[in-house]
Design a protein around this ligand. Structure first.
Ligand code: FPP
Length: 281
């Protein structure tokens, strides 16, 4: 963290934001819904695909920043199952861009010690994209730093359906289908994200207040940060702002803040039993 702050211009906004961060309370896993590419392009009277092209630099910058901060994982929503509904030319451009990204960013991923992963229904990807993805993942497999996950042809509901079907198939093969009982840990360990911590922070760009079928199971307790900034404009400064915002949150995971001292807690308990025992008036 200290090393990261030292790379920033002293007194500048990024430096100020990074200096505010508590290195012991950084999110382990950040997930991002990269939205607003089309609007970014339309505002410049450019074709929508120009926005996707411009979005690639934001992907690079977010990856480098998360790697420099020492985060464990960054998951990017690159292509949803619903994105097939877009015009064919746009879908094809997205595949072309993804391939270009994988080939061009290989050096950046290695320099930043990034491991690359991908999840979603990957079988449906054009085979040429799938091959480039497999090659890049293999090349980065020995890296030990940030795990960058690309969610491609991904849907949160489909992921859960796939996990349940895996459990059913495993039980059938083991001859114990009749006694199959599914619990949370069994399901979580069959999700595409098995082995990753759940995202602590979910960022969505372009101001939309939706989760759009992204990591539905895993974001149960994620902190949400929605920014009006469109994805191609999302810079290191914006990511640092999101982290500062995250650190202002009081994460209780459904419990209570540990503010009550023991005697105070006992007093509360006594009070509660008095209320419960009091005759109704
Ligand atoms: C949403 O913006 C964005 C996408 C559907 C694709 C995201 C793709 C990239 C950022 C580029 C390639 C990705 C990688 C990982 C290299 P939108 O088109 O829905 O924007 P709009 O809501 O303004 O129309």
């Amino acid at each position: 963290m200290k090393a990261f702050v030292e790379t920033l211009a002293p007194g500048g906004e990024e430096w100020r934001l990074a200096s505010q961060l508590d290195p012991d309370r950084l999110p382990r896993h950040v997930a991002i819904i990269m939205d607003g590419n089309g609007r970014w392009a339309q505002r410049r009277l450019m074709p929508r695909v120009a926005g996707h092209r411009a979005g690639v630099s934001a992907v690079r910058e977010a990856t480098e920043t998360c790697a420099s901060l020492g985060l464990e994982a960054l998951t990017l929503y690159a292509f949803s199952m619903e994105n097939w509904k877009r015009p064919r030319a746009e879908v094809e451009t997205l595949w072309r861009l993804l391939r270009q990204y994988l080939r061009q960013e290989h050096a950046t991923l290695m320099d930043n010690n990034v491991r690359l992963g991908a999840f979603g229904r990957l079988d449906a990807l054009p085979s040429i994209v799938r091959d480039t993805l497999d090659e890049t993942m293999a090349a980065c497999a020995r890296n030990t730093g940030l795990k960058l996950n690309l969610a491609i042809n991904y849907g949160g509901r489909a992921e859960m359906v796939d996990a349940v079907n895996r459990l059913i198939n495993e039980a059938r093969l083991a001859g114990r289908l009749d006694s199959l009982v599914i619990d949370e840990s069994a399901l979580a360990s069959r999700l595409y994200t098995a082995g990753l911590p759940d995202p602590d922070l979910l960022i969505r760009t372009s101001g939309e207040m939706r989760v759009s079928n992204f990591l539905l199971w895993q974001i149960a307790y994620a902190e949400l940060h929605v920014t009006e900034t469109l994805w191609p404009d999302f810079r290191r400064r914006d990511l640092l702002r999101a982290m500062v915002d995250y650190q202002t949150r009081d994460r209780r995971f459904g419990g209570l803040k540990p503010v009550l001292t023991m005697p105070a807690a006992l007093e509360e308990e006594d009070l509660l039993s008095e209320i419960v025992a009091a005759p109704a008036r």
